[in-house]
Design a protein around this ligand. Structure first.
Ligand SMILES: NC(=O)c1ccc[n+]([C@@H]2O[C@H](COP(=O)([O-])OP(=O)(O)OC[C@H]3O[C@@H](n4cnc5c(N)ncnc54)[C@H](OP(=O)(O)O)[C@@H]3O)[C@@H](O)[C@H]2O)c1
Length: 330
């Protein structure tokens, strides 16, 4: 099959492009012109992965990229930068998705796998949540991911496009730098445990996740369905921190700090930094990491897709820590 992966210069999209190539697909990677040099220097280019320059904000570039494609894996999104205005999230996550869906319709793409997030469910009050749990997005990133997912679903229902929505949960593994903050903080004895540590946290190892995406793109019965792609188990944040500390051979933090000073500092930093387009040192979404429960039931993906996440937490944490060590990041 010929497939297009958006976000291939990012963590998840890069792993997915390699996985699909290893499974025999001809892979096109949507690469922003500003990221072309980084792509060319990465392990991605070469037999089976070809760069198509484009941007979600440039519909003509998307038409070129999807022409002749069987399956589109739409992984690109913005969320890592907290210093951007709300409009930037809407432009990339919602408008960009619309442009890609329109181009896919026009080109007769067989299936679009749309990457959403388990974050559309927000704080999980009654864990574990399945795909039918209520939507409860808690910030502009989650709001725009929900809007994009619903837009994709409408394209499926009203325009006849075959759309499968995947909602990944807490992606980690070699190449990720989001959890580096926690690993590095623990390694250096500077990780603050904010709150009581009893919120649930659910991680999904990157290798398991990309196979889940592939199943979303290929299992015929997945048409029109939505799947939570979540790892084998969830823990409390305190347990997770304890496991990472054990791998790093350091003591976990003993002191629990109150939430409200950090939340207030996050709010103030956002109010000052965002209009100046500066990355805030602390922001509310980072504080939510400590307080919002995320615990999911992956049975639908297991039963209907044959999704079988294999990498348990100890193993995944070890492989992630090894990568951080090898890269000299800890
Ligand atoms: N990481 C998690 O724990 C997590 C959990 C749930 C869901 N997700 C979802 O998983 C997906 C991938 O996450 P990630 O952590 O791998 O993200 P990432 O590493 O930040 O990568 C984002 C990718 O999107 C691309 N992109 C951004 N704006 C674009 C635009 N205007 N046009 C074309 N490409 C654009 C980036 O390109 P450049 O390299 O040019 O910037 C990059 O390749 C996202 O949809 C995210 O919402 C992530």
């Amino acid at each position: 099959m010929t497939v297009l992966v958006t976000g291939a210069t990012g963590f998840t999209g890069g792993h997915l492009a390699q996985h699909l190539r290893n499974c025999g697909d001809l892979v096109r990677a949507l690469v922003r012109p500003s990221s072309r040099a980084r792509f060319d220097a990465s392990p991605l280019p070469g037999k089976g992965i070809v760069a198509f320059e484009g941007d979600l904000g440039d519909p003509a570039s998307l038409q070129r990229a999807v022409d002749g494609v069987d399956v589109v894996y739409h992984i690109a999104a913005t969320y890592r930068e907290a210093g951007q205005p709300d409009a930037a999230y809407r432009t990339i996550n919602v408008d960009g998705t619309k442009h890609l869906l329109e181009a896919s319709m026009a080109a007769g793409v067989r299936r679009v796998v749309h990457c959403s997030t388990g974050g559309v469910h927000g704080h999980i009050a009654h864990p574990p949540a399945n795909e039918d749990a209520p939507f409860n997005p808690g910030d502009v990133y989650q709001d725009t991911k929900l809007e994009a997912e619903q837009l994709a679903r409408r394209f499926g229902d009203q325009c006849g496009l075959d759309v499968v929505v995947a909602r990944p949960i807490g992606i980690y593994g070699p190449g990720d730098r989001r959890f580096l903050t926690m690993f590095r903080g623990l390694a250096r004895g500077r990780f603050p445990m904010i709150g009581n540590g009893q919120a649930f946290y659910h991680l999904t190892f990157i290798d398991d996740l990309v196979e889940g995406f592939r199943l979303c793109g290929t299992v015929p019965g997945a048409k029109g369905r939505t799947y939570l792609l979540a790892g084998p188990r969830y823990t409390t944040l305190e347990q997770l921190v304890g496991m990472v500390a054990k791998e790093l051979q350091v003591a976990p933090p003993r002191v629990h700090l109150p939430v409200w000073p950090f939340w207030t500092a996050g709010l103030l930093c956002e109010l000052i930094c965002v209009p100046l387009r500066i990355e805030p040192p602390i922001y509310r979404r980072r504080v939510d990491f400590y307080t919002k429960s995320r615990a999911f039931d992956n049975s639908r993906a297991r039963q209907q897709l044959g999704f079988t996440p294999k990498v348990d937490l100890e193993e995944g944490i070890k492989r992630t820590a090894d990568w951080y060590r090898n890269e000299g990041l800890l």
